[in-house]
Design a protein. Structure first.
Length: 391
């Protein structure tokens, strides 16, 4: 692949294979953001669809952090050969240049890490990307960029998180700083987030978003993916953190099972809760458990791939999903501006990239092999399915 503005070429005879389709969709979503940032033109060229004018202060860091949180495992562990390997190498380079552009105070695309409430959120998504790809998105950065990134993340410490899933944003920033070798990381921010979420666990794989239950997808957008990676990265430091690993993973597997059953035979899912404009980012947790090869015993990897592919197709192929310049528009299925809350803008939408976590699995992994119908598809065609029960 010699040009950076063309889609990866499909291999002969494999045009309809799911992995190739996922890569095509990932390219379509990620390329405009990465190309613009690598040339330090994101603020100049990215349209900002929004309901509030203040979103200009936040939308660019949203686009960077959320996109890389989804791409990171693939950039770190994906295929190294043939066309996919070329695309991965290209995007890894562009991602490092994007981090440089967003954290360099001299850059026209320098991003807001310290003003208003929002920066703690997307500093955390960027930190999550670094935790997920410590080689591709940290070790390979130039020393100057490393210093700028550390300083940018530390600036977000001045932001006070709300008493809900936002506690995990503060904890994720500290986790990344520790993994970057900083000695002044704050264990209290991690401890507070972990212990509060233990108190907010409601049962059957579900946490409250704060003291109360919310019928939405924040267990998958934020809570469980960040809990897993924080506990995995930091559990060795304190025995009480380490003891959380097994219950956190057990709950996550149960929630993943619920997510798999929520995908209809047609690739739709319940239209409930806020932030539906994150589209198939609603299934980050299911994708993460598949990536970890820790799906529940009765859930085959291929059926998860089939279910997620159906959701991606149903969502991304709706006319109006992208504008004429290739940027995502606000909506769940097509362009639906009313789906966007006041905190939603163009950059927010790139959290959808988190569905692509399983691309970090090799092409010969069971996730990418064989065919299997997902639970709802089997159930509504009269086929046998395993009974479900709370855990």
């Amino acid at each position: 692949m010699t040009q950076t503005n063309s889609q990866p070429q499909r291999q002969s005879g494999q045009a309809e294979m799911d992995r190739t389709y996922w890569l095509d969709v990932l390219f379509r979503i990620a390329n405009p953001v990465l190309q613009a940032l690598a040339s330090r033109q994101l603020k100049a060229v990215m349209p900002v669809e929004r309901k509030q004018e203040d979103r200009f202060s936040y939308t660019y860091l949203e686009a960077l952090g959320r996109l890389l949180a989804g791409l990171a495992p693939w950039l770190e562990h994906g295929q190294e050969d043939e066309e996919e390997g070329k695309l991965r190498a290209l995007f890894a380079r562009l991602a490092r240049e994007a981090i440089d552009a967003g954290t360099d105070p001299a850059s026209p695309d320098y991003m807001n890490f310290s003003e208003g409430f929002q920066p703690i959120v997307d500093a955390a998504f960027l930190a999550h990307a670094v935790v997920r790809a410590p080689n591709a998105l940290w070790s390979k950065l130039e020393p100057r960029v490393k210093r700028n990134l550390i300083q940018a993340l530390k600036l977000s410490r001045s932001r006070k998180p709300f008493f809900n899933n936002w506690l995990l944003f503060a904890a994720m920033v500290e986790t990344a700083l520790y993994r970057m070798g900083e000695t002044d990381w704050d264990p209290m921010r991690i401890d507070y987030a972990l212990k509060q979420h233990e108190q907010w666990y409601l049962g059957d794989g579900t946490y409250g978003d704060g003291p109360e239950y919310h019928a939405d997808y924040y267990n998958s957008f934020v809570i469980q993916p960040m809990l897993i990676d924080i506990v995995e990265a930091m559990g060795e430091h304190y025995a009480d953190w380490g003891r959380l690993r097994e219950p956190v993973l057990h709950r996550a597997r149960r929630y993943a099972a619920i997510q798999e059953r929520s995908i209809s035979p047609e690739g739709t899912f319940p239209v409930i809760g806020r932030s539906l404009a994150y589209r198939f980012g609603a299934f980050q947790l299911l994708s993460q458990i598949a990536l970890r090869r820790e799906l529940p015993a009765h859930v085959e990897p291929a059926q998860v791939r089939g279910a997620l592919t159906a959701v991606i197709r149903r969502t991304i192929e709706m006319p109006g999903t992208f504008d004429d310049g290739g940027w995502l528009t606000i909506g769940l299925c097509g362009h639906q501006p009313d789906v966007g809350e006041t905190y939603i803008s163009t950059g927010s939408l790139y959290l959808c990239s988190t569905v692509f976590l399983p691309l970090a699995l090799p092409a010969d992994d069971p996730f990418w092999q064989g065919e299997a119908e997902w639970t709802a598809k089997k159930a509504w065609s009269g086929k046998p399915i395993p009974i479900d029960h709370a855990e």
